[in-house]
Design a protein around this ligand. Structure first.
Ligand code: GLN
Length: 497
């Protein structure tokens, strides 16, 4: 068979695509889908594995879960930065994918003994993979292409198809077969994700090459690349140390955020006033998203323990492990509602009723508040400390509506508000906000785990649901503040809606 030579498309040819979506979006969709399969598969197992196999207390498991997730998303900032400055998106994704595969199979080999080593590889790998694939989606569009949000909406469905399958299957395999098999499954998912990227990247034309290309010699680029690869390997033992000692996590988190902020402020001076104001608007969105994720990310921590011990096993008459619901309901609802949301915004914009981006963010928080009120409300359905999986699932429906008002729009916003040269870094900042959210989520979750390990189910239920009520109030306040400051924020955004 002779291979037909394919002509590489130019950037204009890619961005002038016909129809609703560029074809490259589907390839990025598929790679990210499998990456999220591995990621959410693992996320769904972490806390339970730490409590049941590593015999950590619930409080420590919550803290460690928060720390692991925080490092993952912090590395996304670093990964975005190095992609912008040295590697370009393609090599970053390739390198990140390799490290994630190494991490999952290390866990699969001996989860009890190599747990933290496997996790450390995964942390660094995700940092190189995750922000850069999202930024590449933005690069498929011209600056003012109105189809960009829809593209990110579709990409977000891909994320969640992966999350759904991974979140459900991995915990299921862990329950019925073994933890080794479950972690292997995550590794297989990641291998597929990277494979799809490698085989389809030729369709991306000039997108994602090193920013140094044609600026410095190839030999020099090679040296820089090797330095980044080697540096990221050297970071792994350091991450290992931090993850195994949550005290260090605190120091790390106190330093990284401010340093990143200062760095952005330093970059800010290089741009004109309008670009600066847009970047400031992006930073305000980023700061609010920290709060959003801090509440939302109870999912992998306190909500997974709540699901393990305080929920009955019936949803709509079917018998289910509540953690299968906890790990997959959110994604299922995103997949179901994301297209409907697209249509709703379109319909509203035709009637000139579509809320602007800032109000959408505000709505995200209001739905979050309602969702946590419903988590709290589960206590009124409890019998002997065991409460309704149906009501719990309903709360996930509401939380998902909030997420859809904020998360895909946030990704798209980062690529709209930041100048091209800072795309990777700002996407990294968006994920760094998730890092702080995760970190805070762990602390909030640990704060709720006040009941003694041997306390009755009712006492545990009360302590978790008290916490959820608090979160509902904070989310409500954040939503109201955002809506109140929306006129100011819109001014800073200029022509971006
Ligand atoms: N669920 C989304 C994803 O996995 C967003 C996660 C986040 O930013 N915290 O991509």
């Amino acid at each position: 068979m002779t291979a037909t030579p394919t002509k590489e498309q130019t950037l204009d040819e890619i961005q002038d695509f016909q129809g609703k979506y560029p074809k490259q979006l589907w390839y990025l969709f598929l790679s990210e889908m499998w990456e999220r399969f591995a990621f959410y598969g693992m996320r769904g197992m972490l806390t339970i594995f730490m409590v049941e196999r590593l015999l950590l207390s619930e409080k420590d498991a919550n803290l460690k879960y928060g720390a692991i997730q925080a490092f993952i998303y912090t590395m996304a900032f670093v990964g975005g930065l190095f992609a912008d400055k040295i590697l370009g998106f393609r090599k970053s994704i390739f390198w990140g994918g390799l490290l994630m595969i190494a991490g999952s199979f290390t866990l699969a080999f001996s989860p009890e003994h190599l747990y933290y080593i496997g996790i450390s590889f995964t942390i660094v790998g995700t940092g190189f993979f995750k922000p850069n694939i999202s930024t590449m989606v933005g690069n498929l569009y011209k600056a003012n292409d109105p189809r960009r949000d829809a593209g990110f909406g579709l990409f977000y469905s891909g994320i969640n198809i992966g999350a759904l399958l991974g979140g459900y299957l991995c915990i299921n395999v862990a329950n019925h077969y073994s933890w080794n098999a479950a972690f292997s499954l995550a590794g297989i998912g990641m291998t597929l994700g990277l494979g799809i990227f490698i085989f389809t990247k030729k369709t991306l034309g000039p997108i994602g090459f090193s920013p140094l290309l044609n600026k410095v010699s190839d030999a020099k680029i090679k040296i820089y690349d090797i330095m980044v690869y080697a540096g990221s390997l050297l970071v792994i033992p350091f991450i290992l140390l931090l993850v195994t000692n949550t005290k260090y996590t605190d120091y790390f988190m106190y330093t990284v955020g401010p340093v990143a902020m200062f760095y952005i402020i330093y970059e800010l001076f290089k741009f004109n006033k309008i670009e600066q104001q847009k970047l400031v608007a992006a930073l305000i969105f980023i700061i609010f998203s920290v709060f959003f994720w801090a509440f939302f990310e109870q999912a992998g921590g306190s909500l997974s323990l709540f699901a393990r011990y305080n929920l009955n096993h019936k949803v709509l008459g079917l018998t289910m492990d509540p953690n299968e619901i906890n790990n997959s309901a959110n994604s299922l609802f995103v997949i179901a509602f994301s297209p409907l949301f697209g249509l709703l915004w379109l319909w509203m914009s035709k009637k000139k009723l579509e809320p602007n981006t800032v109000v959408k963010f505000g709505l995200g928080f209001l739905f979050l508040a309602i969702a946590f009120y419903v988590f709290y409300y589960t206590r009124f359905f409890a019998i002997n400390g065991m409460t309704s999986l149906n009501v719990f699932t309903l709360a996930y429906l509401v939380i998902t509506i909030g997420e859809l008002c904020l998360s895909p729009i946030g990704l798209s916003l980062m690529t709209k508000l930041a100048p091209q040269r800072l795309h990777g870094m700002m996407m990294g900042m968006w994920f760094l906000a998730s890092a702080y959210g995760q970190y805070a989520a762990g602390i909030l979750g640990a704060g709720m785990a006040t009941a003694d390990e041997k306390a009755s189910l009712t006492v545990k239920l009360i302590s978790y649901t008290d916490g959820y009520k608090q979160l509902a109030i904070y989310a409500l306040i954040a939503g109201v503040v955002l809506i109140v400051i929306s006129p100011l924020l819109r001014k800073l955004m200029h022509d971006v809606h």
